[in-house]
Design a protein around this ligand. Sequence first.
Ligand SMILES: [Mg+2]
Length: 278
Amino acid sequence: MLAVAPRRGELFSFDTFRPGMSNDVAHRGRQEWGQGLVNRLKAVFFDIDDTLYSTSQFSKLARINAVKAMVSMGLRMEEDECLRELDEVVREFSSNYQHHFEKFLLRVGEDAYRGLNPAVLVASAVMAYHDTKFKQLQPFEDVRPVLEALGRTDLRVGVITMGPQIKQAEKLLRLDLIGYFDPGAIFISDQIGIGKPNVKLYMKACRALGIWPVEAMYVGDNPPNDVDPPNQLGMATVLVRRGGKYAGVGGATEPDFDIRDLTELPDILRTKFDVNMT
Ligand SMILES: [Mg+2]
């Protein structure tokens, strides 16, 4: 958490961002779009997890299926108890850790699987997890129509996401959303070497597209990661409150737009940014 609440657009004067760019111009730009006076939006970037699909819901279902698989292979534990233990492993070792199920078995102890090969239990859990991914990964219903509509505009449509590069890229492919994004506008923290909430990640994305931060919008669900940093750069910020795991989390700054799902986005783009949405 930032010690001091950042002012909007305060980091907008990165000399390295564009030679000759002045604080003055930057702030004026932001004020102008804030008043709906200019059409200067050139790109819209999206977060992936809990913005384009329900990460929370998917992970829960995948873990339930993994636990069921281990129990059906002979693990001597109640499913509820397994789930609680597995949730702890994920919390303690992060969701991107590669060996959740091995750690899970270490914790529950050998008595729960004596006579069974732990590798078989782990494999059954991994398979159930992946099967869930193949069958259940779907974007939120409102996502595809909005991305389609954005595709009919002049805006560049991209992604700025946090996570391992192949895992995040796989999500775009499995969700069948990859075709909606500009191939040159997909930015994954792991691939860039800069993670949220570092403003440099957002700055890098804008710079790669050759646009100013005021010319970009960011849409995400996590206030400290998805609202505060782009606000600091002067980007337009949209917080999507779908009720995921950051529903109760507040940031240091307020988003420009606070929406329940993406169906509200076309209207914002039309009325506040003069984007020709059809
Ligand atoms: Mg997210």
